[in-house]
Design a protein. Structure first.
Length: 119
């Protein structure tokens, strides 16, 4: 499977709405994919991350530039790792194990270059 698209943050009631939107290819399937999460920052470098509908997803602590997180989605387990690669890039990897899924998902996020901005 491959997904190519954009990820954006939008202000939302004292939090940030994170939206990923792109085109997914899986075998012969080609279609749009959208996923949204809400990041509520509790401190500098710390956030509570929830699904768009308000269900808790995981706690995120990025003060050291990386974080390991987990989410029990019975009967499967999601174990993630965030890694900051610099001010304009970050990496997120998920290992999903369980009876329904056996997956490794790796996503690389890069800030889109803006005219006049030195990166």
């Amino acid at each position: 499977m491959r997904l190519s698209g954009t990820a954006r943050f939008f202000p939302l009631d004292g939090a940030l709405l994170f939206e990923e939107r792109g085109v997914m290819t899986l075998g012969g399937y080609l279609g749009e994919a959208i996923r949204r999460y809400v990041f509520r920052f509790t401190d500098a470098g710390t956030a509570l991350v929830s699904f768009e509908d308000g269900r808790p997803f995981h706690h995120l602590e990025l003060r050291n530039g990386s974080a390991c997180v987990r989410h029990d989605c019975e009967p499967d387990l999601y174990e993630g790792r965030y890694r900051l690669l610099g001010p304009d890039q970050w990496l997120l990897s998920w290992r999903i194990t369980g009876p329904r899924k056996q997956q490794l998902i790796t996503s690389r996020y890069r800030r889109k270059a803006q005219p006049g901005r030195i990166v």
